[in-house]
Design a protein around this ligand. Structure first.
Ligand code: PMP
Length: 286
């Protein structure tokens, strides 16, 4: 994927896709000193682009990495990349990291803070499951507690357990894994938040130790507009038995129905799931 045409924004200027490289002694590669964003551009406009830029800045601050760019500058970099690549519908990845420098150990303050923006076409994150319903494994790894790690940051280091969980899920023929939190409550999937439906009301885990996704917040707003009650609360895995529908939300995932979790829990791709998926689709393109 590194050998192709296109332009990537790096540290303030556009560079050819093939030349967007970093040194092997990049601090982030060794110690995960990196934060990132995943965004989608629809019809030439990034959905909630400003919120993503602001979250990137907050993630950096949480990791003691004060980014040398304002939200306006990050927004401008994203716009430049989309324009330079002639893209109106794309996935946009912004990443900021500690580069190579004098600090070869764990400390990194003397190394430069760097940033890059790339965009590419990325269709349905879960492929056909977008319509038929995804099957989720139940992950062995749990979301860590807020006093173990800055769990509200979209930080590279937090994705190690997500990657391992997703690999384990794929080996079982699943689209993704549902992760529990450190207490054993239902948390989220490896790159998306989770919702359940029961008796016409919606239940979703309280995001007290994982990302309160921008899509999650958008979907809760849509549910409120439709007059549907949303319970943000701690959900025990055994409660899955009583839920009728389930879906995932995320920038890449958009709204994806879930048909099955583990071997025991099955859900219908029901009317509310379809309605929310369609309403979200309309909103991002409006
Ligand atoms: N949780 C995790 C672990 C994620 O990677 C993502 C995707 N950024 C989400 C939730 C959903 O966040 P958003 O809706 O802001 O994309």
């Amino acid at each position: 994927y590194d050998d192709r045409d296109g332009q990537i924004w790096m540290d303030g200027k556009l560079v050819p896709w093939r030349d967007a490289n970093v040194h092997i002694l990049t601090h982030a590669l060794h110690y995960a000193s990196a934060v990132f964003e995943g965004e989608r551009c629809y019809n030439g406009t990034i959905f909630k682009g400003r919120e993503h830029s602001e979250r990137l800045i907050r993630s950096g601050a949480l990791l003691d990495m004060p980014l040398p760019y304002t939200a306006d500058e990050i927004d401008a970099a994203k716009a430049l990349v989309l324009e330079a690549n002639g893209m109106r519908d794309a996935y946009v990845r912004v990443v900021a990291w500690r580069g190579a420098g004098e600090d070869m150990g764990v400390a990194s303050a003397r190394n430069p803070l760097r940033m890059a923006v790339a965009a590419w076409e990325w269709g349905a994150y879960y492929g056909d499951a977008k319509t038929s319903g995804a099957k989720l494994d139940i992950a062995k790894w749990r979301r860590p507690s807020p006093d173990t790690i800055p769990c509200k940051a979209k930080a590279a280091g937090l994705y190690m357990i997500c990657t391992m969980s997703k690999h384990a899920a794929a080996a079982k023929g699943c689209s993704d894994a549902m992760m529990l939190d450190y207490r054993g409550y239902v948390a989220e999937a490896t790159g998306a938040n989770i919702f359940f439906v029961k008796d016409g009301e919606v239940h979703t885990p309280l995001p007290d130790c994982f990302l309160d996704g921008i899509t999650r917040q958008t979907v809760i707003g849509l549910l409120h507009e439709k007059g549907i009650r949303v319970h943000e609360r701690h959900i025990k895995p055994e409660e899955l038995e009583g839920f009728e529908q389930c879906w995932l939300t995320g920038t890449a995932a958009e709204v994806t129905p879930v048909g099955q979790i583990g071997e025991d829990f099955r859900f219908e791709v029901g009317a509310l799931t379809r309605d929310i998926a369609e309403t979200y689709e309309k909103l991002v393109r409006s």
